[in-house]
Design a protein around this ligand. Structure first.
Ligand code: 6Z7
Length: 587
């Protein structure tokens, strides 16, 4: 990861957790510093994109021309030498696919609500001369108001689509509609225009589907322009001209996010980004420094800093920070000490050669390279969050021979009890899984590891370049007494379609049930409190799926639940795995 690439983004946005990965892109949650609005940032590596780079450009060009209530809004494009960042509308409801699966099936009424929105989006897309060509429930997200947003333009689908079966519970009118839409011959297929007034779609409504954009590109919102002109000390006319250029830069992003705030009934106010040390206010505002506004200039603009809101968004998981930062360049260390009483069962892949001469003298230990030589797959024994005194890493090996080199986002570290010779890199491979080390557990007393500085120094000598990586892990793993109670209990969450309720009363028992099933299913996991960050691999060691499972507490009704979230992998494979896991638990 090139630090400079991210610096450009951090001028304007505070990046937090990863909410999706796939192909050559990952999507991270973030907050726009000036407006405080949450956004999703799609991050792509230009080199990795290779031949797909033109597709990304096509998508961006299309997105710049599309603005519609049922299309995920592009706010900002940041291109650096190595990366492309697409700042997009935040859709906290996740994928329609997961929603349907969770509900098993939708009622026709609800399907109609959604379908109207899809048809509306598609009719608009077509009206602008574009075709999406990859319409599927995975490409429809649900926003805060439970409205659908179409995503992922620029992907070509190759429909094989002709043979299909109609579920027997569908009404004759919906079966007829599907039949009209699924005609292979385009001449026989119903047009989007006819769909707008199709009897199935207007049933129970007084009008046809309204497909016209509520936010036409030419229209500028007065309140947003006023706020921006006050903030930037520009005339309203000047500001309108600037916005009308639609450069999809910080100015466009700020305008669009203000507009979105207004649409949700929030105050149209800009504020001082006080959460970052990365950029000055002026820089963040996309202005020359002399134009930066002070509180005295316009106090209203510095109004409500939603501190608690921001804090919760930015409460990064230290483990995730470590896991995701396998390139050794992660700059945010301010959360390092925030680990809160969470026990980790550092999961399955066992680091084989954790250091080599190549890595020894690097300033930032190249954790990824060091950890790429991972050996799958050990399935650790469950570790309940309430067992506090130690962290125990179960090291087991699988019966099969694993490939020697693997790419993994899940970095795992095998605690090394007694390294011997600090200068001998062979000795530094103490974590290698040797036959005699198989099937035993290694214990680390993390409380002691953190406080004993002389031991730490000794360790520094011993581990050489590895020290940084391990220290970070240990720091992260050292429970802070004050905070740990917070994670001794499952998190309270609201009922959501991604949460399956259970009849079990004991969260540790439930966690153990899940872990047992994961082990049976050969799912690797990292445990953090009541959250299990899981992944599966192909026979060749490639990570095929990433997801999270969390034992949580629901309030109405007061029962334990299992929250699940897919981060990567095929939606159908995930669905089946979830069914297996959830039915495998005695819940
Ligand atoms: C045009 O819109 C696009 C284009 C594109 O190429 C990619 C995307 N990708 C997105 C993916 C996810 C989200 C937004 C855009 C998003 O907001 N996801 C999200 C946000 C919050 C939460 C909370 C926890 N549950 C899942 C979740 C997902 C869009």
């Amino acid at each position: 990861m090139a630090v400079g690439d991210y610096e450009e983004v951090r001028k304007y946005y505070e990046l937090t957790e990863t909410i999706g990965t796939g192909g050559f892109a990952k999507v991270k949650l973030a907050r726009h510093l000036l407006t405080g609005e949450k956004v999703a940032i799609k991050i792509m590596d230009k080199l990795a994109l290779g031949d797909d780079l033109p597709r990304v450009k096509i998508e961006i060009d299309a997105m710049k021309n599309l603005r519609h209530q049922h299309i995920c809004q592009l706010y900002h494009v940041i291109e650096t030498s190595k990366k492309i960042f697409m700042v997009l509308e935040y859709c906290p409801g996740g994928e329609l696919f997961d929603y349907i699966i969770a509900k098993d099936r939708l009622s026709e009424e609800e399907a109609r609500v959604f379908f109207r929105q899809i048809v509306s989006a598609i009719a608009y897309v077509h009206s602008q001369g574009y075709a999406h060509r990859d319409l599927k429930p995975e490409n429809l997200l649900i926003d805060e108001e439970h409205h659908l947003k179409l995503i992922d333009f620029g992907l070509c689908a190759k429909p094989k689509r002709g043979k299909y079966s109609i579920p027997k519970w569908l009404s004759p009118s919906s079966a007829l509609l599907l039949n009209q839409m699924l005609q292979v011959d385009p001449k026989k297929r119903i047009t989007v225009k006819h769909l707008l007034t199709h009897p199935w779609l207007v049933q129970g409504y007084s009008d046809a589907v309204q497909w016209q954009s509520k936010y036409p590109l030419g229209h500028l919102d007065e309140d947003c322009i006023t706020e921006l002109s006050v903030f930037h000390k520009q005339s309203r006319e000047g500001m309108s001209e600037l916005i009308s250029e639609w450069k999809y830069d910080q100015m466009s992003a700020t305008y669009l996010l203000l507009q979105s705030k207004k649409a949700r009934g929030k105050r149209v106010r800009l504020r001082v980004p006080c959460l970052t040390g990365h950029a000055s206010t002026a820089q963040s505002a996309g202005l020359e420094s002399e134009k930066a506004m002070t509180y005295e200039d316009a106090p209203h603009a510095f109004g409500s800093m939603e501190v608690s809101d921001a804090a919760s968004l930015f409460e990064e998981s230290p483990l995730e920070e470590f896991i995701l930062n396998t390139r050794g360049t992660k700059q945010h260390s301010r959360h390092d000490a925030q680990l809160d009483g969470t026990e980790f069962t550092l999961s399955t892949p066992v680091t084989r050669k954790v250091a080599s001469k190549q890595h020894e003298n690097k300033e930032n230990v190249d954790t990824e390279s060091a950890l790429r030589n991972e050996m799958p797959i050990a399935l650790p024994a469950p570790k309940t969050p309430s067992a506090k005194s130690q962290i125990e890493t179960q090291v087991q090996t699988t019966p099969f021979q694993a490939p020697a080199f693997k790419e993994s986002q899940f970095t795992t570290v095998t605690p090394i009890k007694k390294p011997t010779n600090p200068t001998n890199t062979d000795e530094l491979t103490a974590a290698e899984v040797l036959p005699e080390r198989r099937c035993h557990s290694v214990e680390l007393d993390l409380n002691r590891a953190h406080v004993d500085s002389s031991r730490k120094k000794r360790k520094a000598k011993i581990f050489g370049s590895l020290e940084r990586g391990l220290d970070k892990v240990i720091t992260m793993l050292t429970p802070s007494k004050k905070k740990r109670s917070a994670r001794d209990r499952p998190r309270k969450v609201k009922a959501h379609y991604n949460v399956t309720t259970t009849q079990l009363l004991n969260p540790d028992q439930l966690l153990n049930e899940i872990i047992t099933v994961l082990s049976k299913k050969h799912v690797e996991y990292v445990q953090k409190g009541y959250t299990l960050k899981c992944q599966t691999r192909s026979d060749f060691g490639k990570v095929t799926m990433e997801f999270e499972l969390e034992v949580c507490q629901l309030s109405k009704p007061e029962v334990l639940g299992i929250r699940r979230q897919r981060l990567k992998g095929d939606a159908w494979v995930y669905k089946r795995l979830m069914e297996d896991i959830l039915s495998g638990c005695q819940v």
